[in-house]
Design a protein around this ligand. Structure first.
Ligand code: ATP
Length: 245
């Protein structure tokens, strides 16, 4: 996936300007920045669910059409209506249309894609369970399955590790790595910056625009990049923790 010249205004304010980044197949790229930096907005603009003021998104050599991206996307878990009375399989199937609970039922090919996605995320045994009954870690795997049903070559993950305990985080991290090893291009936002040094192949530091982009350890060692992106001091706990990695 290649993003170039991406600009987004929200409520009359420039949130993103001239964003350029590339995620290659097989890579997990960590999208990193402080609260309000524009990470979620960047993903939503790539998907075309917020309007772009300018810029282009190219996947598999073709420009992505706003609103019909076909890109797999895992939203933040808090943004999902978990109390809605649907089964895991139905929630995963809703990824085929990108809309929620319209009553639409997939055909045989659709259900095969659902079964395959449940298998890849190791939640096939949960297929008939109501989503309301799931733990946080199970919910995250179901959202991953939902993102996989479209069989896109790109996966956008918005803070998939937030609020999970360490074993659940490890499970998601290894699943994400498996998916990248299968050839997906993965862009993942995270606030666990030290953990992300090992979880990701590259970091893209964002705050309104891209402030740094490179292999995780190279970027982790770039004190100036963290100071500028997080508007923090060179001796802050964040910068010291990254230097110690
Ligand atoms: N619907 C909206 N209308 C107006 N401004 C918005 C809207 N959504 C987000 N913003 C603003 O856009 C900026 C970027 O927000 P965004 O949620 O993309 O940041 P983020 O990097 O994902 O933050 P966090 O790490 O807290 O999730 C913020 O200043 C936010 O207030």
């Amino acid at each position: 996936m290649r993003v170039s010249g991406l600009a987004v205004d929200l409520a009359g304010r420039a949130v993103l300007r001239d964003v350029a980044l590339t995620v290659e197949p097989g890579q997990v790229v960590g999208l990193v920045g402080p609260n309000g930096a524009g990470k979620t907005t960047l993903m939503r603009a790539v998907l075309g669910v917020v309007p772009r003021r300018g810029g282009e998104v190219v996947v598999d050599g073709r420009p992505v059409r706003p609103g019909r991206s076909g890109i797999g996307h895992v939203p933040q878990r808090v943004d999902v209506a978990w109390d809605f009375p649907v089964s895991v399989a139905d929630m995963v199937a809703s990824g085929l249309t990108g809309t929620r609970w319209t009553g639409w039922r997939p055909g045989a090919a659709g259900w095969r894609a659902v079964a395959d996605a449940l298998e890849r995320t190791h939640v096939r045994d949960l297929a008939d369970r109501p989503v309301a009954e799931l733990s946080g870690g199970q919910r995250q795997r179901v959202l991953l399955a939902r993102a996989l049903v479209l069989q896109s070559s790109v996966l956008l993950l918005d803070e998939p590790l937030t609020g999970l305990d360490v074993p659940a985080q490890d499970l998601i991290t290894s699943l994400v790595r498996e998916l990248a090893d299968d050839g997906l291009a993965v862009l993942m936002s995270t606030h666990d910056l030290v953990g992300a040094v090992d979880q990701c192949d590259r970091f893209v530091l964002v705050n309104g625009t891209v402030r740094a982009d490179g292999p995780t350890r190279e970027v982790a060692a770039d004190v100036q990049a963290w100071v500028e992106t997080f508007r923090t001091r060179p001796d802050s706990a964040l910068v010291r923790a990254l230097q110690a990695v």
